[in-house]
Design a protein around this ligand. Sequence first.
Ligand code: ADP
Ligand code: ADP
Length: 230
Amino acid sequence: KTIIDAHNVSKTFNPDTIPVHAVQNVHLHIEEGEFVALVGPSGSGKSTLLNMMGGLDSPTQGTVFIDGVEITKLPENRLIDFRLHNIGFVFQSFNLIPVLTAKENIGFVLQLLRMPRVKREERVLTLLKEVGLENKLNSKPGELSGGQQQRVAVARALASKPKIVFADEPTANLDSKSAENLLNIMAKLNKEEKITFLFSTHDQRVIRKARRVITLVDGKIISDIEQTPS
Ligand code: ADP
Ligand code: ADP
């Protein structure tokens, strides 16, 4: 089953002054359950492409279907709602709310999803267990290591049970041991819960774990290969 279907997607920043063609005529087809690395030099358009696939940014041209829904034609309020229910995001800089505990950072999303309090408590615990942090429920981001913060961010991304998670350089701020641990958790979620992952990275050790590697240069896909993860 197709989960991402992007057709002829382009993004040009500053079209009226000094145009930057960040993404150019990209076609992308990803099946449910894939574990895909998006690689390429800095400035090649990885973030822009991820943001457009995830409905955080709109293309200047082209269409994006996520799980059969054409997100590029949804009005903003419907798009926000679709994102909240169907898409998880993980960012390089974790983006946790510093004044909230791990539990509250995740509970907050469940509250947006209108989950009742008792169910919320249960779900937060399940999610934190999945990333090995059930003992850090009441810790604030500042009290956690980078690796632990990113694991909270992954748990938060999974709060709505999305079929797909986009991760933009999720290991960029992690030491190699934490990076490997994070990738192992993502691979486990991919395998056991069939969650599709599309993550950008520079890190060779992370690229090795992917089953498909898509390379972007100057906003264009220059290669798309299947590999055996190691
Ligand atoms: P990557 O994630 O591969 O480093 P980006 O998607 O961040 O690449 O950037 C692709 C190109 O688009 C770069 O030339 C970058 O400077 C440009 N760019 C990204 N975001 C903006 C923006 N908001 N306004 C103008 N140019 C941008
Ligand atoms: P940090 O989070 O401190 O950057 P790691 O993410 O590598 O570092 O994890 C720190 C320790 O937590 C590891 O040595 C490991 O034993 C334990 N740990 C990490 N992930 C899990 C998990 N999913 N389940 C249980 N224990 C874990």
